[in-house]
Design a binder for this molecule. Structure first.
Ligand SMILES: [Zn+2]
Length: 308
């Protein structure tokens, strides 16, 4: 079997289905969601593998390529997102997760410029991928191929573009705009957030954006109900303090395994599931791991840590 065939055989089976039935135990749109894809590796073994990927401090050489799936893959020839740029600021640089496929870096920069032009405040950017992608020891199941980025809904108070000290950049954390217990907006919610989401989701490079179900509900019920970008915005657990952008597989990455396109606009019965008993308490993360990866192997093209 060629490496590409092996990769596909191993990985195409990994994305769980996306049942729409409100009573289903599996979240709608579960395949390759932000934290989906629990490995059958023991947590210890998975942790050891992830630490090897984390230890790679710089991108690999070679042409840029996203390889594998968002939750079982890696990044070759990654680009670095500068800490600061027009309209955006990256926080927590010490995590060393501001790398991505050049398409992702370009996307974040575009969003910063567009948000600035629309006077939406500073776009605060959290994790992209590790320098070579791969699994992370903490925080994510996805973000492995350089196509995922976490972005704040709103900037913490006092953050001004181009005026963030190194120390403050490390201390900042994203602002919760939804109360997870009540599903209600917090005081930090503001109408600019809808405009930012519209900008973020309108970009044709975007595959999906994950938001808290309460935010999706507002988008379904508001003036944005019939917006063409609505189908790209999908509800997922947590995501009350940041949204998660995932880009489509880039044209230069034949080993990137795309997700099935989202079905429907994500409103209606599929959305109701999130507020029913099947989804569990709002804070529960247990069910996120139900989209199981049957093959715990990274793609062959990712080994050994993408060629040095
Ligand atoms: Zn994320």
């Amino acid at each position: 079997m060629t490496s590409a065939a092996w990769l596909l055989a191993g990985l195409l089976a990994t994305d769980a289905g996306a049942p729409d039935a409100a009573a289903s135990a599996v979240a709608p749109d579960a395949g390759c969601a932000p934290d989906a894809g629990a490995s059958v590796l023991t947590p210890l073994k998975l942790g050891l593998v992830a630490k090897q990927w984390q230890a790679q401090r710089f991108p690999s050489s070679g042409a840029a390529a996203a390889i594998g799936t968002c939750s079982l893959g890696c990044l070759q020839g990654g680009a670095t997102l500068p800490a600061s740029g027009p309209g955006y600021e990256v926080i927590r640089l010490r995590r060393n997760r501001r790398y991505g496929h050049p398409d992702l870096v370009a996307y974040v920069r575009r969003l910063g410029v567009a948000a600035k032009k629309a006077k939406l405040g500073v776009v605060v950017v959290g994790d992209l991928s590790q320098p070579r992608g791969g699994p992370t020891p903490t925080g994510h199941r996805s973000h492995q191929t350089g196509l995922d980025a976490d972005i704040g809904y709103t900037a913490p108070k006092g953050v001004r573009a181009g005026r963030l000290s190194a120390a403050r950049r490390e201390q900042l954390s994203s602002v919760a705009v939804i109360d997870l217990k009540t599903h209600k907006p917090t005081r930090s919610w503001n109408p600019r957030i809808v405009k930012l989401l519209a900008l973020a989701a309108s970009d044709p490079a975007v595959d999906r954006i994950f938001v808290n179900p309460a935010i999706k509900r507002m988008l379904c019920e508001g003036a944005t109900a019939n917006a063409p970008w609505q189908l790209r915005v999908r509800p997922w657990w947590a995501h009350h303090d940041h949204f998660h952008v995932r880009l489509k597989c880039p044209a230069d990455s034949p080993l990137c395994v795309p997700q099935a396109p989202p079905t429907g606009d994500g409103c209606g019965a599929g959305l109701a599931w999130w507020f029913g008993e099947a989804a569990g308490p709002a804070r529960t993360r247990k069910k996120q791991t139900e989209a199981v990866e049957p093959e715990p192997q990274l793609p062959l093209a990712c080994g050994p840590l993408i060629g040095g």
